[in-house]
Design a protein around this ligand. Structure first.
Ligand SMILES: *[C@@H]1O[C@H](CO)[C@@H](O)[C@H](O)[C@H]1NC(C)=O
Ligand SMILES: *[C@@H]1O[C@H](CO)[C@@H](O)[C@H](O)[C@H]1NC(C)=O
Ligand SMILES: *[C@@H]1O[C@H](CO)[C@@H](O)[C@H](O)[C@H]1NC(C)=O
Ligand SMILES: *[C@@H]1O[C@H](CO)[C@@H](O)[C@H](O)[C@H]1NC(C)=O
Length: 291
């Protein structure tokens, strides 16, 4: 009977845990670059809560905004990404790597200069998103045999800026050279080596661990730079799945696994009770017959 009560209690507790509505906000931001080669139609927008369309330019003397020559593209962004995800929030990013930062700071009243450090200090984790790089860096090792994290290298391995390599390019590289990605949990980084080339990047393990960490720290969410570098949405999907594991899916699994166990337990308990009662009945009947 104690077992039955325990199982019942457990079911009640499980049930009270059930409501899957997650009041806490959790945001997944993806950056889309107009010149990245990924068309707006091909953006898998259900994987994000926010998408950033980039970049608009700014005139350093008039502060007027300008869109790239493919202005048409920007005007259709909203409508297209909302087709697959009507609740998505879109943002326009101004600037980019080649932006004139003096122009930005000249827009800020001078009395506010010197405040950024103060502002940064005041940021709470709950207002920050964790950045996820969908690219890695390729290095040339000094010694191909010495290829753990932190091994000496003598510079970037490819001609791209600083040896930067999109995740999908890293995957392609690994496939064509028949190497697999290793994971170092201490540094939360994946890497692969082929001959004297060493590439450090974030694969599924690193992304999953980082997003779990952001959840654990009760951060606001994560931010992807940038979505065209993903390989068939593998990283974006695994980042989103961490959220699901923490809430809905986890409980679903609990129910799928534990509910049948609980029911079987209840049935078994009842059966034992029934058998015991029957034995007692038979015994007392026997006694009665003896009398
Ligand atoms: C900024 O605007 C001014 C005035 O319209 C124009 O003369 C200038 O060429 C613009 N600068 C750039 C970089 O577009
Ligand atoms: C950058 O912006 C500043 C301030 O508006 C301006 O003085 C400067 O000429 C700009 N530089 C370039 C390279 O456009
Ligand atoms: C870096 O290492 C590569 C491969 O061993 C070698 O060819 C190259 O000369 C080295 N460069 C420098 C600057 O040491
Ligand atoms: C990660 O790499 C460092 C440096 O090579 C090594 O000391 C450490 O044991 C590695 N950690 C894991 C979990 O592999």
């Amino acid at each position: 009977m104690a077992l039955n009560i325990f199982i019942l209690l457990f079911l009640i507790i499980l049930h009270s845990e059930l409501p899957c509505s997650n009041a806490q906000t959790w945001i997944n931001v993806g950056y889309w670059l107009s010149d990245s080669g990924l068309s707006i139609e091909d953006i898998n927008s259900p994987l994000f809560t926010h998408l950033v369309c980039s970049f608009a330019g700014i005139n350093s003397s008039t502060y007027q905004l300008s869109l790239p020559s493919d202005e048409q593209l920007f005007s259709t962004f909203n409508a297209i990404v909302k087709q697959k995800n009507p609740s998505i929030i879109t943002l326009l990013s101004i600037g980019g790597g080649n932006a004139n930062y003096t122009a930005f700071s000249s827009m800020v009243p001078s009395s506010k200069n010197g405040e950024p450090r103060q502002i940064l200090k005041g940021f709470r984790l709950a207002k920050l998103v964790l950045g996820l790089p969908f690219y890695g860096y390729a290095w040339t090792l000094d010694n191909p045999e010495d290829n753990v994290v932190g091994s000496p290298a003598n510079g970037s391995a490819i001609n791209a800026a600083n040896g930067a390599m999109a995740y999908k390019a890293v995957k392609e590289y690994m496939k064509s050279n028949g190497v697999i990605s290793m994971y170092n949990a201490t540094y939360v980084v994946n890497y692969c080596t082929f001959e004297s080339t060493w590439i450090g990047f974030d694969d599924v393990e690193a992304v999953t661990t980082k997003v779990s960490y952001a959840k654990e720290m009760k951060m606001l969410g994560y931010h992807i730079w940038q979505i065209s570098q993903d390989d068939n949405w593998v990283l974006s999907q695994s980042a989103q799945d961490v959220k699901d594991r923490g809430t809905g899916k986890n409980r679903q699994l609990l129910i799928i696994v534990l509910l049948p166990i609980a029911i079987v337990g209840l049935l078994l308990g009842s059966l034992i009770c029934y058998l015991k009662r029957r034995r007692r009945l038979i015994k007392s009947e026997g006694k009665m017959n003896e009398d």
